[in-house]
Design a protein around this ligand. Structure first.
Ligand SMILES: *Cc1c(COP(=O)(O)O)cnc(C)c1O
Length: 390
């Protein structure tokens, strides 16, 4: 095991926790408070929220701070700032980096609600402009860069069609132009991919997925090596009122303790399921970066130490046949999230307009699967009987 992997395991289990401060309890308390009180006026006015000192729950919370220490260490950043959802974290990063008139480059394959945020709010109300690019070639970014470009929004692999972005290449290009880079690293988790080591400026995770891991919390986090940016984000979070709740912070700490074992099992199961599906006559195509047939398999191997349980497939049939397959699944439930213990399926493009299909170059027969922890054999049996309905 590498030095990094050893450090990661300690971060996920113990780092940031001080049992001697809370009666030697092996788990930290949930600091379920909205404020802290003081003995004197001077004490109140000398609080420094950047040094683990606390005065008001909207600014910072001790349980959330334990989680943030772990995540900063896991991503090799200087500080992490946790938010009430992945989207709150994403919004915070955009607001911290951009201004009126900024130009943003965003991947066509980026998470849908991020595109809605850009299209419906930032373009509409804040005079921001956006170029959507495929991003699988560096030239896609080079051609889109303008003098007013301030931010590149990345996701690698993406979570519908699983394209991989050359992170070192994009980071280098962006630095030459004074542009900040942001990546949604939720797919890989910090266990399998560390974008800051490849020169990316800001990492985001939605903790709602694998970090929480049990489909029982919403949360997001930003991590970076830029101390000034991170301090600014802590203040911004206070202004916007978007801090992660203490209960959610505690659940995410608990989720992290088993992240390493869970993600490795999701990977193992994902590989077996993807290999099964790839050979099935009713499956036209499988989108999974663990498969040798993936067009960017080599790049994925260079950047990622593993995969997770998320993949897509194209059914050999129309959207009605695709829906019959999804409806016939027994263990896989029908739902839009992923990263929990449970397997999920969604007919992602079922009702897409022609325009939406053309934008990504897909038809209406794309199904996204999340392989949970029910075991590869059970999942393959379930897929097998449902594919017979196509
Ligand atoms: C779910 C998801 C998000 C949003 O996270 P929330 O916590 O629901 O706001 C962002 N990116 C990806 C890739 C996701 O799957």
């Amino acid at each position: 095991m590498s030095e990094t992997e050893n450090q990661d395991l300690l971060a996920m289990t113990h780092l940031g926790e001080e049992p001697s401060k809370y009666m030697k309890s092996v788990t930290p308390p949930i600091f379920m408070n909205s404020l802290h009180v003081f003995d004197t006026v001077d004490e109140y006015f000398s609080v420094d929220i950047f040094k683990d000192e606390y005065y008001y729950g909207r600014a910072s919370n001790p349980t959330v701070a334990i989680l943030e220490k772990k995540l900063a260490a896991l991503e090799h950043g200087v500080r992490a700032v946790a938010f009430s959802a992945g989207m709150a974290a994403c919004t915070a990063a955009i607001m911290a980096v951009c201004k009126m008139g900024s130009h943003i480059i965003c991947l066509k394959e980026s998470y849908g609600p991020v595109q809605h945020l850009l299209d419906d709010f930032l373009i509409e109300k804040m005079n921001v402009s956006v170029s959507y690019v495929r991003g699988t070639k560096l030239e896609d970014f080079e051609e889109a860069i303008r003098p007013e470009t301030d931010l590149i929004i990345l996701e690698s692999p993406s979570t519908l069609l699983f394209s991989v972005i050359d992170l070192e290449g994009v980071a280098k290009l962006a630095k030459e132009h004074g542009i900040k880079t942001y990546i949604d690293n939720t797919y890989s988790t910090p266990v399998f991919q560390k974008p800051l080591d490849m020169g990316i400026d800001i990492v985001m995770h939605t903790m709602t997925k694998y970090i929480g891991g049990h489909s029982d919390l919403s949360g997001g986090v930003l991590i970076s090596r830029d101390e000034e940016l991170m301090r600014g984000l802590m203040i911004q979070r206070d202004r916007f009122g978007s801090i992660l709740g203490p209960m959610e912070g505690w659940l995410a700490i608990r989720g992290l303790r088993t992240l390493d074992v869970r993600i490795r099992r999701h990977y193992e199961t994902g590989m077996q399921v993807a290999e099964y599906l790839e050979k099935h006559p009713k499956v036209k195509k499988v989108y999974y970066t663990g498969l040798k047939s993936h067009p960017q398999y080599e790049l994925a191997r260079k950047q990622q130490k593993g995969e997770c349980g998320l993949m897509s497939l194209e059914i050999d049939g129309d959207e009605k046949a695709t829906a019959r397959f999804v409806d016939a699944l027994n263990i896989f439930e029908r739902g839009c999230s992923w990263g929990g213990f449970e397997s999920l399926a969604i007919a992602y493009t079922y009702n897409w307009t022609q325009e939406q299909q053309d934008f990504l170059g897909v038809n209406r027969s794309i199904v996204r699967l999340h392989c949970g922890l029910e075991g590869a054999q059970n999942l393959i049996e379930d897929l097998k009987q449902a594919l017979e309905k196509v």
